[in-house]
Design a protein around this ligand. Structure first.
Ligand code: TLP
Length: 345
């Protein structure tokens, strides 16, 4: 059988041979005692990378986001975020279940909030309105097709939160993709946010792991919450070792995934019945819609592609997501795009 082209997510990436070697020879210790030297190195590297004081290694992006929400909110308070945000659409209601917090979702066309929208979503401080406690930003924005919130917009949104004494958490699962697109450092893009979560397990290809980054006091408190949420890990240097390789070897190549996504988008956009503006594909995520006149529904197209060895995900009857990563070559992107065009013709 020919190669499977797995575009369901960048989470499907396998650890690279150099990650496997680093994992096999990693120095380890009990991380709950703070004694795993490889975890300690990874946390220091992550803090340096974001130009912050400290970082804590967590098993998943979801846990990193939810620790941040727990840190910044109180039960019965509201979290403002864009309506497609991962923190309320894909985290199993965790902000309600674990922190007693309510989402205040704000719909946008492209996943990018305006300062005015945030201003309007923040509840006035009176005795009869649910208090707003946190603004969550997501950059790049997954459900919006990997869209990047530019630096000046980040600054403006953070300024609104500051003016209302609200902390800001950045769901930066793919912050390094966003920074690569903008040609700036992740530290610059994340400046002003109180906490930042970024994932090692997506385009960076580590098998497991995310980091929650912030100032020393915040991260100390995050460690307490991580333990409470069941995320205190022991000889986890075997995983952190892969993360260190990810930062050295995979981070600098993310723009290659943006190039393959761009090619894929251009081919798909030309297929009959497809609604997609390839100019909106800025990073490694391609979302497209099928018009009612299209030959197939999204689940039918996903099934047809699967038979041809191209894996993708349908979101509802008319939307499909494809994500590129280091296991997808330019040839694979061209081949996958051609299969979409052929099935829809
Ligand atoms: N995203 C996954 C799915 O959960 C949708 C994917 O395949 O893209 N923030 C953002 C913006 C994410 O896209 C994800 C994962 C997370 C947080 C959570 O990370 P994990 O899966 O490590 O909990």
């Amino acid at each position: 059988m020919s190669k499977i082209i797995d575009l369901r997510s960048d989470t499907v990436t396998h650890p690279t041979p150099s990650m496997r070697r680093a994992m096999a020879s990693a120095e380890v210790g009990d991380d709950v005692y703070g004694e795993d030297p490889t975890v300690n190195r990874l946390e220091e590297r992550a803090a340096e990378l974001l130009e912050r004081e400290a970082a804590v290694f967590v098993p998943t992006g979801t846990m990193g986001n939810q620790i941040a929400i727990h840190l910044h909110t109180v039960p019965g308070s509201e979290v403002v975020a864009e309506a497609g945000a991962h923190v309320f659409n894909f985290e199993m209601g965790a902000m309600a279940a674990l922190s007693g917090a309510l989402p205040r979702p704000i719909p946008t066309a492209m996943g990018i909030l305006s300062p005015r929208q945030v201003e309007e979503a923040i509840q006035p401080r009176t005795g009869y309105r649910t208090p707003t406690r946190l603004l969550v930003l997501e950059n790049s924005h997954n459900l919006a097709g990997g869209r990047v919130t530019p630096l000046d917009r980040m600054r403006d949104l953070i300024a609104v939160a500051r003016a209302h004494h609200l902390p800001v958490h950045l769901d930066g699962a793919r912050i390094h993709n966003a920074a690569a697109f903008l040609g700036i450092s992740a530290a610059e893009l994340a400046r002003g946010c109180d906490t930042i979560m970024f994932c090692l397990s997506k385009g960076l290809a580590s098998p497991v792991g995310s980091l929650l980054v912030g100032n020393a006091d915040t991260v100390r408190e995050a460690r307490r919450i991580r333990k409470m949420f069941g995320g205190g890990m022991r000889q986890v240097g075997v995983l952190a070792a892969a993360g260190l390789v990810a930062l050295d070897e995979m981070l600098p190549r993310l723009a290659e995934d943006h190039a393959t996504a761009g090619t894929l988008a251009r081919i798909i956009a030309a297929a009959p019945g497809v609604e997609l503006d390839p100019a909106t594909v800025e990073t490694n995520i391609v979302f497209f819609s099928l018009a009612e006149r299209a030959a197939l529904t999204a689940p039918q197209l996903v099934a047809g592609l699967r038979e041809r060895g191209v894996f993708s995900n349908a979101l509802g009857p008319a939307r499909i997501r494809m994500v590129t990563h280091y296991e997808i070559s330019m040839e694979d992107a061209e081949h996958a795009g051609a299969q979409v065009a052929d099935l829809l013709s």
